[in-house]
Design a protein around this ligand. Sequence first.
Ligand SMILES: N[C@@H](CCC(=O)N[C@@H](CS)C(=O)NCC(=O)O)C(=O)O
Length: 237
Amino acid sequence: MATIAGQHVRAPPLTSTSEQPPLFDGTTRLYTSYSCPFAQRVWITRNYKGLQEKIKLVPIDLQNRPAWYKEKVYPENKVPSLEHNGKVLGESLDLIKYVDANFEGTPLLPNDLARKEYGEKLLSHVDTFVKDLFVSLKGDAVQQSSPAFEFLENSLGKFDDGPFLLGQFSLVDIAYIPFVERFHVVFAEVFKHDITEGRPKLGTWIEELNKIDAYTQTRVNPQEIVDLFKTRFLPQQ
Ligand SMILES: N[C@@H](CCC(=O)N[C@@H](CS)C(=O)NCC(=O)O)C(=O)O
């Protein structure tokens, strides 16, 4: 995609009136939404592995979805989905592993057993982590979200040869960051609370992730995050 002053121009999302791109013509396609944290995981993975030319982004407007998406592409009617080798696959955690295992580029899971096992443990916890954060919004959010962020702070202390969850950058960071990005913004803006306060490792983790283009190119406009949370998850605010 063309670049203007270092900013990647995002293709406009396909809507209910857009034509369906050809299916199974040999092109690998990532059906996505720019604001979806699940889809963002696969987008970061694709970027980090340098697969911009190999995996084409197909952004979908989820508010005005093309009917062909559910009918012809992905009956689950969710994003992300990946069209590859005559199949359409879904589920972001499966997809990031799939892209890592089936495409070229820097491997995003470590080789050594201790890190691998710890990585699996963190990946199997991420759904609970995300759920706990959303549930916290229904009560005293700062207090109720604290155990989840403490969990992350403690996890970041496990390997000290790098600032990431398994030391070096991996799929595990990719699984967590889209959600931490959103809650970091919302807590600062809505609750005037910095989730990194008293959590130095979490602060450094976010800072280091923000040095990785593959991630920063996928970030959502903070105002958009706040607006979305206010209408969808914080109607009382
Ligand atoms: N478990 C799925 C969740 C995907 C998901 O919920 N995507 C949302 C957008 S963020 C979606 O497509 N929602 C549309 C719908 O549910 O109709 C994954 O990890 O990929």
